[in-house]
Structures are given as C-alpha cells and as structure tokens.
Design a protein around this ligand. Sequence first.
Ligand SMILES: NC(=O)c1ccc[n+]([C@@H]2O[C@H](COP(=O)([O-])OP(=O)(O)OC[C@H]3O[C@@H](n4cnc5c(N)ncnc54)[C@H](OP(=O)(O)O)[C@@H]3O)[C@@H](O)[C@H]2O)c1
Length: 310
Amino acid sequence: MILTANGGAENFQMRDVPLPPLGANQLLVRVLASSVNPIDIELRKTGAIGYGAESVLGFDAAGKVEKVGVAVTDFHPADDVYYSPAFGLPGSYAEFNIVDAGLVAKKPASLSWIEAAAVPLAGMTAYGALFDRAHLRLGQTILIINSTGGVGSLATQLAHRAGAYVIAVCSGPNMALARSLGADRVIDRNTEDVVAIVKEEHPNGVDVVLDFAGFDWIARCMDIVRPMGQMVTIVNPAGELAMGYRKNVTLHYSFLCRSRCTLEHLTDLINRNWLKPVINKVYRMEEIADAHRCFEQGGGFGKIGVSVGS
Ligand SMILES: NC(=O)c1ccc[n+]([C@@H]2O[C@H](COP(=O)([O-])OP(=O)(O)OC[C@H]3O[C@@H](n4cnc5c(N)ncnc54)[C@H](OP(=O)(O)O)[C@@H]3O)[C@@H](O)[C@H]2O)c1
C-alpha cells in the first residue's frame, strides 16, 4: 500500500512494487496482519523522517517467514513471527516485508494474526516505560494516563501483573475496560478531577506516573507524584515542569526500543494468559484509508487491526 503523497487518508494506493534485495541477516515475511499506530497518521500527514511520496507505512507485523538470508540460522521458511518494522524502511502495509532477523520473535501461538500484530510496537513501548524506565516494583502505586489506548491497554495489564496498585485514567466509556485489564481504581478524566482525587486518596503521592497522552498531564501530575518518584512520558509533555526539580522527581522520555528479547518476554506473558491485546476494530488492507479515518475520529480504545491478504 503506497502513500502517493503526504496529507489525507485518500492518498493510499494499492500497487505492485519490486522488493528490495534480501540481506544476509534479514527475513522476507509474508505479512498477514498489521495495525494502525498514531505514528502512521503522523507520518502520513507530515512526511517526517523521510516518509514522503512512495513510502510504505505500517509499524506492526505478524506473518509467515517466506525466505531467510544466508546468515540467518534461527528462523526458517513457514515460521510464524511478529515484530515492529524499523523506521526508515518500507513498512508492513504490504503483502511482503523485509526485516532484520534480530527484531523478530516467534508469534505467540494462542493469538490470531490480528491480535499478534497489535502487540509489538505498543507492547515494547509499554514494557520499556514500565520496567526499563520506571523500574516498577511489587506493591508500588502507579498512575496511568490513557490507560485503555493501544499502549495503555497493555501497560495496565503489565502493571497489574507486576503487583502494582494501578490507578487508571480514561474516559467514561472505557472505565469498565480499564477495570477488566486489572486497574484497582479508575478515574474518568472528563468528569472527575484526577489530581484532586489522587491527592486525597494518596496524600504521600504515587510512586510512578506513566503518561501515554501528552498535553500537560506530566505538569499536572507533578503535584501528586511522591518526592523521588518516577514519571515516564512517551509523548512530548507541555506545561511547567519545574516542580519536579524541587521534588527530586525523575522524568523519563521514553521512545520505543525494538528488541527480540523484549518481544520474547511479552510472548511468555501472553502464553501464560497474563497479557492479551485489546482489539477495537479490524479493517482489510484495501480499507486502510477507512482504518486511518476511524483512528483519527478518536474516542476509541485498544488497537485497530489490519488484515492483509485473503
Ligand atoms: N514514544 C514512543 O515510542 C511511542 C510509542 C507509541 C505511541 N506513542 C505515542 O503515545 C500516545 C498514545 O499512543 P497509543 O497508541 O496508546 O494511542 P491511542 O490508542 O490512539 O490512544 C488514544 C486514547 O487516548 C486517550 N486520550 C485522548 N485525549 C486525551 C487527553 N487529552 N488526555 C488523556 N487521554 C487522552 C483517549 O482515551 P480515553 O478517552 O479513554 O482517555 C483515546 O482513545 C500517542 O501520542 C502516540 O503517538 C509514543
């Protein structure tokens, strides 16, 4: 699926293009599912990081290995795999994708193709924020802003399974979902005062704040994170952050780190039924423009899946 120009969702066109040559450490994968991530929308609109006309978007993939490079020993044709395609290379809105074998893990057997493709980008982001940055520990109290979106719906489950007391922030229609994902307390960001409630219920402050929404959430939550606490944002934060300095708060900016090791860890958790992707809607690749429009309408939860092929 080629992006013919940056701008609206109408700029996608299905077209045959030649595949680049397969490198020694690469896999050729027949893509069976992808998903929509906010980065697809941003790159489609802006052309940032080189995604102009003739680009192929798509940063999640689940599929079957078709061919392996000459130096690859740990994957074989017909293996079921999942991964997040690297930035700067043709993505997974395509029937075939070439990927470095080091980024790829075996697909969890219990997941459908669509479910598997909902995990890599959001799951590795959630895992990195929780454990590589915040170093979440048993019994800690964690506040998760945007707890039921693509990243948040996985992070809420991971935090719950890690033994944290999870305070989830989302909008009213998603509150039941947040509870089902393991949240101990759910706050409606539209009708309730998140800061006032957390201040009253946790006067010493929460140990960790995860911001998966941006805006001024980090600035607002400076008031309710405990001194020496951890804050992680995956979106550029707005607002006044000076209070963090006075409270000795650590603010982490966290960006997706792709690794087979993290994906395999997520696979283990999925196989134990400790982690399950949340699928909101599924579109066929031919309907990618509608999938993008649906995403841009907002008001969703979990992931929008994209099925590829028949
Ligand atoms: N740094 C990285 O590596 C990285 C990786 C992945 C994603 N991201 C970024 O992280 C963000 C979340 O990604 P995602 O895939 O989870 O997005 P998503 O699934 O699109 O999240 C959308 C949800 O955000 C919530 N939301 C909207 N406006 C909000 C606001 N003002 N305050 C709080 N919540 C709000 C809404 O849920 P409710 O109405 O229920 O609150 C909405 O359904 C995006 O900005 C994305 O670009 C960064």
